[in-house]
Write a protein that binds this ligand. Structure first.
Ligand code: ZN
Ligand code: ZN
Length: 119
């Protein structure tokens, strides 16, 4: 079974913090960590407590998907791509850490330089 790849952009919720992460996940906002699909925003669900919560926190920290400075989970959102055929895809597109893309690549390159490799 194949699933579509969706690129997600995470930012630390603390005002002024510049921590950003980019990951490739699936349409459920899940990424594969340690061979298990993990929802990036799983902490938002009630009932996600005890051992599961601790395991989630440890795993997000271990893979550098949380803000180490603020010990905060990142807020994730999918890339938002508007297709502008007349705008060339510049290096800034691949170097982006935020979700908005306004060039001709339809998001294909957007944030590509920052995608975190997960195992
Ligand atoms: Zn932070
Ligand atoms: Zn582009």
């Amino acid at each position: 079974m194949t699933t579509a790849t969706v690129r997600y952009f995470g930012r630390c919720p603390i005002k002024g913090c510049t921590t950003r992460r980019v990951v490739d996940g699936d349409t459920r906002m899940a990424v594969k960590i340690d061979d298990r699909w993990t929802l990036l925003n799983a902490y938002e669900y009630a009932g996600f407590t005890g051992e599961r919560r601790r395991a989630f926190i440890a795993s997000m920290r271990a893979h550098d998907l949380a803000c180490g400075e603020h010990k905060a989970f990142l807020r994730w959102q999918p890339g938002r791509y508007s297709y502008n055929p007349d705008t060339a895809c510049a290096p800034a597109c691949e170097a982006a850490t935020g979700p908005r893309c306004d060039c001709c690549c339809r998001g294909a390159n957007h944030g590509g330089g920052h995608v975190v490799t997960l195992h």
